[in-house]
Design a protein around this ligand. Structure first.
Ligand code: ADP
Ligand code: MG
Length: 249
């Protein structure tokens, strides 16, 4: 964990509940993410992991409880909401790149349009970020010309281009062919080492063991247990987690 001098948590989720009609998807969720911390969220499909991520950058509203980001309750609208969205990067399972923009344009669009960064400066930074994720040589190509692993690395560069305070990754490697998973995880491990605050929904245990400070196991809308990766994977304390692990290991 990086100590950048601010001990207040970056994210504080308190007693959060969310329903979709009769479905109670988040049940009294409490979760704190410190600055520089890497939290892996793991658990069965339908357990509420994506909804929790989406609630943190307010792509989803909540029914009760509070979410505090960087000392402020989540804003509902306007400039403050736009600011929150650019402070919280998001990388999804489907890469969601703009198909008709080049790789470099995908990375510079946000800074230019949202942050008002001059084009030349955005492009210089964009190339540095593409270098960092190992894609600089593909800058003038279009997304469809890249492999899934390369596209996902571009999506990470695009998130980084906004200088986010944290990045939420929602199953970033589950849509990839197996041989491309590691190249994306390696970029994420690099970010973790550099002190980026990250919440990562993934079942990639290798990543969790190498990069996570904490594993949060979520099922049926609840946080069932939280532990260090080593403890969680070798010595889960609840039957629910043991059952889940027996199916994925
Ligand atoms: P996970 O990411 O752990 O698989 P999700 O957060 O996607 O779980 O979903 C939790 C539950 O909420 C699931 O039962 C899902 O079908 C339901 N759900 C998610 N989004 C919506 C929505 N927009 N409307 C209705 N139900 C939803
Ligand atoms: Mg999900």
């Amino acid at each position: 964990m990086t100590d950048n001098g601010d001990a207040t948590p970056l994210v504080r989720v308190e007693n959060v509940n969310k329903n979709f009609g009769a479905l109670h998807v988040l049940r009294d969720i409490n979760l704190t993410v410190s600055r520089g911390e890497v939290v892996v969220v793991i658990g069965p499909s339908g357990g509420g992991k994506s909804t929790l991520c989406r609630a943190i950058n307010r792509l989803e509203t909540i029914d009760s409880g509070t979410i505090v980001f960087d000392g402020q309750p989540l804003p509902a609208e306007g400039k403050a909401l736009a600011r929150l969205r650019s402070d919280v990067g998001m990388v999804f399972q489907s890469f969601n790149l703009f198909a008709h923009k080049t790789i470099l344009e995908n990375v510079t669009l946000g800074p230019i349009k949202v942050r008002g960064v001059p084009r030349e400066q955005a492009e210089k930074r964009g190339m540095e970020l593409l270098e960092r994720v190992g894609i600089a040589s593909q800058a003038s190509k279009y997304p469809a010309q890249l492999s899934g692993g390369q596209q996902q690395r571009v999506a990470i560069a695009r998130a980084l281009a906004m200088d986010p305070k944290m990045i939420l990754f929602d199953e970033p490697t589950s849509a990839l062919d197996p041989e491309m998973v590691q190249e994306v995880l390696d970029v994420m491990i690099g970010l973790a080492r550099d002190g980026m605050t990250m919440v990562v929904v993934t079942h990639e245990m290798g990543f969790a063991r190498r990069a996570a400070n904490r594993v949060v196991f979520m099922a049926e809308g609840q946080i069932v247990e939280e532990n260090t990766p080593d403890e969680f994977f070798t010595n889960a304390s609840t039957d629910r987690a043991k059952d889940f692990l027996s199916k994925i290991l």
